[in-house]
Design a protein around this ligand. Structure first.
Ligand SMILES: Nc1ncnc2c1ncn2[C@@H]1O[C@H](COP(=O)(O)OP(=O)(O)OP(=O)(O)O)[C@@H](O)[C@H]1O
Ligand SMILES: [Mg+2]
Length: 288
């Protein structure tokens, strides 16, 4: 799938320019009209690993059918914040969350809410591709479909798999070898397989934690194109260390530092006129 026209003029980073200049040369999707209705509302969120206070008093809206990029130096709490959004944080021994995360107005930490159901609605993809190595390509995509007593029929499953692989821009490459092991795929293909697996349950929100960090430029471009395609259907939150990537794929960017959300703004504003001097210092490469 070719890049859509709003990003046709985006070039690869030039090494002799500052980070800020580079990101400004990218055309942020902020220029494309998208929804501003919040799908996720985070209110006064704190996350802990034992006594480590990793996310501090974060309040932010994540808009429906748009892409929010999370940036900030290593250790500032980006991954922890992301894992709080689908109840993955609490799976770590000693980890704890305070505050609210509303999905369509309902607190995912509310009484009686099933974390498994939350994770089906809010899918996640990690920095390194994590296919199940003993499973086929087909079974990897289908892995999240069997829930409790519900199992889609073989025909339904085939349809879901084909649709998920098409949405993840992988069908053309693997459609004729679904029974092969997922480990036979390249790293970039494996990452798109993991995105297909996350999409198979038809989530409302997709969380991507540095999804292209281990990929080559071409695979990175494919995943970025995929994020661009998805943003009209799904709410995407992407953690990235690559500010040009944030500029290319997101409408809104949030800057974290030491567990706090310092600033959140339309991506173009963030990279051209940040309101906090710490944001400016970070995006111009003065630290981090
Ligand atoms: N399992 C853990 N146990 C204890 N502390 C942890 C654990 N995981 C992360 N932390 C701490 O929580 C803080 C936030 O970590 P987190 O992984 O969210 O940072 P990050 O912004 O994603 O960093 P990076 O860019 O390197 O991925 C850090 O101080 C880290 O040392
Ligand atoms: Mg991280």
């Amino acid at each position: 799938m070719p890049l859509a026209s709003p990003r046709d003029d985006v070039s690869l980073p030039a090494i002799d320019r500052t980070a800020a200049e580079r990101v400004v040369s990218g055309t942020a999707l902020a220029q494309v009209a998208t929804s501003t209705t919040p799908r996720i509302q985070v209110a006064d969120l704190d996350a802990y690993f034992g006594s480590v206070h990793a996310v501090r008093h974060v309040t932010v809206d994540l808009n429906d059918r748009s892409v929010t990029a999370i940036i900030g130096p290593s250790g500032c709490g980006k991954s922890t914040f992301l894992r709080c959004l689908n109840r993955m944080h609490e799976t770590i021994p000693g980890a704890r969350v305070d505050g609210e995360v509303l999905l369509d107005g309902e607190n995912i930490y509310g009484d009686g809410i099933s974390p498994v159901a939350v994770r089906r609605q809010i899918g996640m993809v990690f920095q390194r591709p994590t296919p199940f190595p003993t499973m086929s390509i087909r079974d990897n995509v289908a892995a999240g479909l069997v829930v409790a007593d519900q199992r889609p029929s073989r025909r339904e499953t085939d349809e879901i798999i084909e649709r998920a692989l098409k949405r993840a821009a992988l069908w053309d490459e693997v459609g004729d070898r679904l029974k092969q092991s997922a480990t036979a795929l390249s790293g970039g293909q494996q990452q798109r397989l993991c995105i297909a697996r996350a999409l198979a349950t038809d989530p409302e929100v997709l969380l991507l934690d540095e999804p292209t960090a281990s990929l080559d430029p071409l695979s990175t471009q494919k995943v970025e194109e995929l994020i661009y395609e998805l943003h009209t259907e799904v709410t995407v939150v992407i953690v990235t260390h690559n500010m040009q990537q944030a500029a290319r794929v997101s409408e809104q960017t949030a800057f974290f530092l030491s567990g706090e959300l310092i600033e959140v703004a339309p991506t173009e504003t963030m990279f051209t006129r940040p309101s906090d001097e710490r944001t400016e210092a970070y995006i111009t490469g003065r630290f981090g």
